[in-house]
Ligand binder design. Structure first.
Ligand code: AMP
Length: 187
């Protein structure tokens, strides 16, 4: 099963992906994590993206699509992909369709965790204290939220007519969201 978790920063995508990875013996495909690793390793990609990341801007589709291709075409991960934070633009969504069909796979479920700005700010400020991410300060959160709103609307429009697209209230408690997700998974 391949699943997309979609929603603004702080919606709980990472938490629910970790749950799904365990449940389905899957692989969390978090582009945010991949990018943070590139920065940590001071790679060429890392050096190119550090400013965008710290300013809450999106990283270029080309870089993201290249990173994703490796994961999607990895035979070990086939049909066990849990996408967390990807796709985030229409270009990325179309690229994913292509990669999936070229590797004889499909997206089985898309969950949109919808949360408002106030809750996001509150949650990310809490997360900052635990994870100490450099892009989790209030100014950057607001920029990340605005970037999200601007670029992800077309992605929502792309997916929300699909019969496997489900919107879930991301303001609910973690266990309540998990229960809702669980109800759609029949394995
Ligand atoms: P995240 O951990 O998913 O909240 O991502 C952290 C940051 O990484 C974002 O604010 C963007 O700067 C960058 N990023 C992560 N995933 C993507 C993506 N799919 N497209 C563009 N930028 C991304």
């Amino acid at each position: 099963m391949n699943i997309i978790l979609f929603g603004p920063p702080g919606a709980g995508k990472g938490t629910q992906s970790k749950y799904l990875v365990k449940k389905l013996n899957g692989f969390q495909i978090s582009t945010g994590e991949m990018l943070r690793n590139e920065i940590k390793n001071n790679s060429e990609i890392g050096r190119n993206i550090i400013n965008n990341m710290n300013e809450g801007k999106f990283v270029d589709d080309e870089i993201i699509n290249n990173l994703i291709e490796k994961a999607v075409t990895d035979p070990l991960k086939k049909n066990r992909l849990i996408f967390d934070g990807y796709p985030r633009s229409l270009n990325q969504a179309k690229n994913l369709e292509l990669l999936m069909s070229n590797s004889a796979q499909k997206i089985d479920l898309i969950f949109f965790l919808n949360v408002n700005k106030e809750i996001i700010i509150e949650r990310i400020e809490k997360r900052k204290k635990i994870e100490n991410r450099s892009d989790d300060d209030t100014d950057t959160i607001l920029k990340r939220y605005d970037t999200y709103m601007k670029t992800t609307k077309p992605v929502l429009d792309f997916y929300n007519k699909n019969s496997n697209f489900y919107e879930i209230d991301g303001a609910l408690k973690i266990e309540e969201i998990t229960a809702k997700i669980d109800a759609f998974i029949t394995v």
